[in-house]
Design a protein around this ligand. Structure first.
Ligand code: IMP
Length: 195
């Protein structure tokens, strides 16, 4: 078997890393920020997913010299005019965790009958002096209460249209096959194969 090709994924989020490694398979050796000795908490100061993904990928290229990709994800809820969106990680305020974010989302949605929402992921890939973007989206609805214990982030309160279960009730492979990150990563892999 050929040696896996190395690439850096600009994250220290263990859940994202595990998903991406599983999706990319044995052909790729995906290194995290800590694997390259980077313990920076790269500030996500842009107002778009694309902007934040670009900041993270460029930071690694500029400071460490590695070709790299980064992702940024948001949960957009129709009845909340697209919130929490690009601010999904900080919805309940800085320093709050996923439980607090989900609790606030369920509270803000408690009188809403329109439950439509989608996850979007943008991946930025920096290779040499080029940058490329890959997007993935999954449509679904916000549940009335958290269901399931797998996955991470908002997974327990999101049910994709393709299923009758929340992301947190699915196996890793079931989620990756239809998820925002799975779809964006499939496009990234197709592109990497052409290099
Ligand atoms: P970020 O891409 O790390 O900025 O993530 C934004 C927010 O969305 C964080 O609160 C994450 O926990 C959450 N999030 C990211 N990806 C997923 C996912 O695949 N499922 C559920 N929540 C996610």
């Amino acid at each position: 078997m050929e040696k896996p090709r190395q690439i850096v994924f600009a994250t220290n989020n263990g859940h994202k890393l595990a998903e991406i490694r599983r999706i990319m398979g044995r052909e790729w050796d995906v290194l995290s920020l800590s694997d390259i000795g980077c313990d920076a908490d790269i500030p996500e100061t842009a107002e778009t997913l694309q902007g934040n993904a670009e900041i993270k990928a460029r930071y690694v290229k500029d400071c460490f010299g590695y070709d790299c990709f980064a992702d940024d994800t948001g949960l957009m809820v129709d009845a909340l005019n697209g919130a929490p969106g690009v601010y999904s990680a900080r919805y309940a305020g800085p320093g709050h965790d996923s439980a607090a974010n989900m609790a606030l989302l369920l509270e803000n949605m408690k009188n809403e009958n329109n439950r439509k929402a989608h996850f979007s992921t943008v991946i930025a890939l920096v290779t040499g002096d080029e940058i490329h973007f890959f997007e993935g989206r999954v449509d679904g609805e916000i549940l009335r209460e958290a269901e399931g214990t797998d996955g991470f982030g908002y997974d327990p309160v999101f049910r994709p249209d393709e299923s009758d279960r929340s992301f947190a009730q699915m196996s890793a492979d079931e989620k990756n096959a239809i998820s925002h990150r799975g779809r964006a990563t499939a496009k990234l892999i197709d592109y990497l194969k052409t290099l």
